[in-house]
Design a protein around this ligand. Sequence first.
Ligand code: SF4
Length: 347
Amino acid sequence: MSAWVLQTVKRRLGGRTCPYEVQAEPLPHIVVQSKKDFTFWPASATECTPRLLVNHYNGCTHRCFFCYSRALPGHFAFFEQDGCVAVFEGLERNIERRLRRLNTLYPVQLSPATDPFQPVNERYELTERIIDVVTRQNVPVDVLTKGRYSDEAIHLMARHPYSIGQVTILTPHESLRRKLMMSGATTEQLFENLNRLRCAGIYTILRLDPIIPGISDNLDDLCAVIQQAAAAGAQHVIVSAMRIPYRMRQQVFLRLMELGATKEALQSLYTDRYDSSLHPKWAYRKPLFDELKAEARRQGLTFALCREFVHEAGRLRGLNQDYCTADNCEGRAFPKAFVQVGLSGLG
Ligand code: SF4
C-alpha cells in the first residue's frame, strides 16, 4: 500500500462486494473503473429537454443540506455512509467511444446529480477531459455548478456555439450561503462565473434553484440576485422551490428547524406530493414564481421553472406551460439541423 492510502472501504453493488482504497487528497475518495458513460434523458412528462447526462463523480463534498442526490442509490448512497466520493477515472474514453456510435447531437449535461467543480476535480480534471472529448465531436455541453468554473473548462466549452454554462446562486448573502453548504464557490466567484462565461461567448444561465422556504425566499434578495446576474451577463433564469425527497424528509426538516423554521410551519407548507418528493403548496409557490418571472422580464432575461408541477383534475400539470418565456426550460432550442434522426445505441 502507498503511504497516502488511508484505508479501504467495501461497497456492495450489483451483487458483488468490492474493496476500494481510499485516497486522502484533496478529500477522501475512491477511484472506480467502470464501463459507465452517460444516461439518456428523453423529452418526457418532466418538461425537460432531451439530453445525455453524465455524473463522473458520485457524491459531492459541497454538501448542500438539501441535496437531492443524497436520496439516490449506488455510489451516491455509499457516499452518505463513508464520505468517499466515487471518481470514475477514464470515463471520458467511454463517452468518446459511445458518442462515435450515436446518431444524435443532443447536448451532454455535466452534472445533474453532483458538482463538476468540487475539490476532487482539481486532482483528476475529469470535467475538463469530458468537455474536451465531447466538444471535439461537435456536441455541445451543458454544465451546471455551485463551484468555480476553471479557465480551461470555459475555454473548451467555448469551442461549441451551443454550449451552455449554468451557475446556481441561492442567495446574495455569503454568510447565508455558507450555512446552506459546506464548500463551493463564494458568492462573488459565482457572479464572476456568469461574467466569465458570457465574456467567452457562452450562453449563460442563472439558477435560483432551489429557493428554500423561510430561509432564502426573501423576494428583495431574490430580485437582487436576478439584477446582479443580469448585470454580470446572465441571459436566462431557472427557478424552483425546494422539494424534499420523501426518504430525506426527517433530516431536511431537522436542518430547516436548526435554521429557524418551526415543525408546524413546515408541515403546513409541504403538502404537495409528487416525484417521490414533498413540495411547498401551490399557494406558496405561485406568488413567488409570478414575482420572479416579472423581475426576470424587467431585467431582460428569459425565465423558466425546473420540474415544477401542480395537481389539476387528478393529474399533474407542468407549470412551464404558464411560466416559460423562452423556447424551452434551458432558454433556447437546440437547432434541429444539428439533430440527426435516430437514436441507435441509446439504451
Ligand atoms: S453542489 Fe449540487 S450536487 Fe453538490 S451537494 Fe450541492 S446540490 Fe448536491
